[in-house]
Design a protein around this ligand. Structure first.
Ligand code: PGA
Length: 255
């Protein structure tokens, strides 16, 4: 696991976008795992810039999103369908047939979850999975206590997560109670992980994730077991780390 600390959120976003762009350039039919929330917004902005100014081509790219609220229709402004189209997909040349986002309106949710897992496998597996982290250490909607081997399923949202996300809704009652989420096992199957965090509100969760013991009570700690994971954070999110970490990836030059 590589930890990289950047001065600013903009630098974190550029780093993540470059990593994802690199996967797409090397493999035009890249299978991307994408995330929502405020953290990846800068990454998406930079990917859009790379598309518009440098011709980054999404035409063959396939995407799978981490999660979606149960009960919100695709055009609901707080749904993750709406988020992804507004903040990334409508600005790049992605084929809508290649976009996968969990369907929070599915009638048979367990059946849908199995189908979603099958689609990821059929596509060839995730080449890179982008992740944020909750202030409680969740990844996607895998809340503390989630099985570290879990697959795509419905989860009850933690009270802390509902409070954190209440800012996007008119009041607490409107914040959904359930979500469909990729499991921790699903995320760990991705060939590469990039986890981002910024701001002081994430400092505790990042300290535990990077330097704490692996525990289901802080689901993000599982990233320590991934063979190719990068955690890129800004100074504020890294403020509670006790060791020194670089600002650039370590590059091993073999003679
Ligand atoms: P945020 O959410 O990016 O809005 O902080 C991250 C998360 O809860 O995973």
């Amino acid at each position: 696991m590589e930890v990289i600390i950047k001065e600013t959120y903009e630098e974190v976003s550029k780093f993540a976008a470059e990593l994802i762009a690199d996967v797409i350039r090397r493999k035009p039919r890249a299978i991307l795992g994408l995330a929502t929330g405020s953290t990846p917004l800068g990454t998406y902005k930079e990917l859009i810039r790379l598309h518009k100014e440098e011709g980054l081509d999404f035409s063959r790219t396939v995407t799978f999103n981490l999660d979606e609220y149960v009960g919100l229709t695709h055009d609901h402004p707080q749904s993750y369908h709406y988020f992804m189209w507004e903040n990334l997909f409508k600005h790049v040349n992605i084929n809508s047939k290649n976009v996968h986002i969990p369907d929070g309106t599915a009638k048979d949710i367990p059946g849908f979850c199995r189908w979603y897992e099958e689609q990821i496998v059929k596509a060839g597996g995730l080449d890179i999975q982008l992740l944020g982290i909750g202030s409680n250490g969740h990844i996607a909607f895998n809340e503390p206590g989630s099985s570290l081997g879990s697959r795509t399923r419905v989860k009850t949202l933690d009270e802390k997560t509902r409070q954190d996300n209440a800012r996007f809704f008119r009041n607490m009652n409107e914040v959904p109670k359930y979500a469909i989420t990729m499991g921790i096992g699903t995320i760990m199957d991705a060939r590469q992980l990039i986890l981002l965090a910024n701001g002081a509100g994430k400092a505790d969760a990042i300290q535990k994730t990077v330097e704490g013991p692996i525990t289901a009570m802080v689901p993000a700690t599982i990233v320590q077991l991934h063979p190719k994971a990068t955690i890129c954070i800004d100074k504020a999110a890294g403020a509670k780390l006790t060791k020194e970490y670089p600002a650039e990836p370590r590059v091993l030059v073999l003679s």
